[in-house]
Design a binder for this molecule. Sequence first.
Ligand code: ADP
Ligand code: MG
Length: 682
Amino acid sequence: MAKLSDPITILKGIGPTKAKQFEHLNIFTLRDLICHFPRGYEDRTRLVTIDQLEADRPACFKAVVMSTPRTAHIRKGLDMTKVQLADHTARLSVTFFNNRYVTDQLRYGEEYIFYGAINGDFSGFNMTNPVFESLNSPPVTTRRVLPIYPLTAGLSNTSVLKAVQQALAICDVPEEIIPEAVRRRYGILPAERAYYAIHEPASMEEAELAKRRLVFEEFFVFSAGLSLLRASRAGKSAQPYENTNLQPFFAALPFRLTGAQMRAIEEIAADVRSGAPMNRLVQGDVGSGKTMVAAAAAYLAANNHRQAALMAPTEILAEQHYNSLSRLFAPLGLRVALLTGSMKEKEKRTVREAIAAGEVDLVVGTHALLSGTTVFHQLGMVIADEQHRFGVAQRSRLAAKGSDPHVLVMSATPIPRTLALIMYGDLEVSILDELPPGRQSVDTFLVNESYRARINAFLRKQVAEGHQCFVVCPAVEENEELGIKSAEVWAETLQKTVFPDLRVLLLHGQMKGAEKEQIMAAFAAGEGDILVATTVIEVGVDVPNATLMVIEDADRFGLSQLHQLRGRVGRGSAKSFCILTSHNRNPETLQRLKALCKTTDGFKIAEEDLKLRGPGDFFGARQSGLPAFRVGDLSYDLQTLKDAQAASAQWIEEFGTAPTPEAVALRERIGELFRRAEGTMN
Ligand code: ADP
Ligand code: MG
């Protein structure tokens, strides 16, 4: 028997080359492989006769080969193999393209199982490229529910499937962590059955049950983890802040705060007076003014002789915060310092010394703040901007630098309340549901390819007026198969053929951190007219001079994500626009995108997104910093989420410390999950 922690190279057929390919899927061990869940299934269980085959509805059928397969070379790169099949009901002629193996594999007079659909034209019984297997070979691609795995270059579905099957045959699946009482109550499959059934379901129904169990499991672990965190914090205390007079701070602001900002600040003030460490999430749409809420929190700390730290996900954001906050705080006598990874060692040392000596009231920085060499002086307030990049683990790591400091996290991803409760179950939530007055909404349009010339003319017009533009593409590299625009190719096309006289910059997630920052900084400084980018620009950088965003193949993004992206424009005084392009003709898809043209309310959009796409999007791998929910890509319902949360809360309350096998295994899994979350930090 093998162990779950064994490397996948112990499997037959997986040498160093294959192992490398699996690594691209983050699969190193048998456990990773067994936890590499299908993203969908094809029901190939239906067995019909040839005369029962329907156009465009694939099915399995048994047929005898009536002719020796013949290959004809049509032109360069195109070979065509024809073969005649029949069963007792009808004949069928089958064509394979570029599949030379067929001639060796299909033998005249022998019977095979095929899987395919007849063509939906008038040419009678024709079929192209069916899948087939010999009758006496075990069912791999026919006569079963076929799991469809997330893949990577060089790995076929069949090779992943075979590896998974081998792994399941030689080692035990992960231990049960959900007690029987809970399973019975919520109709949840036992672990043992679910892990087999997710990969080898006997029916689509069983696949569904397995999926539900694994989704339940993930949320159970996550919620239980949050419950434990909350429980461990419950006993802690913080010395109450005595001076919570914010009048001088308000007086120093160049504007009146919105009602929502005031509410959030009052909630924070109440937290710091309470005698327990604050754990609060401030959620507000892009531009709702979260920075001022953070500033108020820092001000409260400073006025009570505590240091505050504000952590941003990128250097450029950290610099932006540093600039605006030092300007704001200088007249109030607060000392602000910047600490980022790219600063010179000597500079960093100087800043660190000042921090340690208590000569700084507010430190603004990136995760360099987390490094062991930063020692704070009475750290009392930890603020994390753009929460979704910081997982529970980072939050607690920064918090550990003080003695139970107050923690404030800010997120621009509007998350429906139901989900927020689950994701941030260990936090109190303040919501900024109001934009500062005078903010112009971004006019949004949905167009198809026939508008290309007009889009280009509009880009040129914005630049001619002295503004800058974003062009967002869904992919980094070209992918012919999907027919979607890639940032690399599109940037080149725009620069070379459309706007040779303009400065087109390119930014994408596969670039190195420093390179990304440098390009973003250059664009922010006005050193480019058009920035072609992937979604890396999503996180909070302020380029007030940008007035137009074109989002290519907008149907490839989630609504909330589009809304986030759109928030990059409309930050200055000039009228701003967002153009969504799509070739998609699906009425539902277009409907979804039109919703975005009609409203700018992030929470409404998030609710809509949740209804349309399920919570998967909110937990997708993209949201690094959150635990990577492995089943998150599958569609599941919110009810499972809520059930899992209720179940874990109740279970922790009743049996949390009981040394049952499930409880022990659960605690291990929680630790793993949070460690994994930390690993995804960028
Ligand atoms: P967020 O971080 O929520 O996206 P910011 O804090 O960056 O938003 O604020 C966006 C812009 O709005 C900033 O230029 C900020 O100075 C300004 N701002 C914030 N609050 C107000 C307010 N109450 N009235 C007017 N402008 C405000
Ligand atoms: Mg912000």
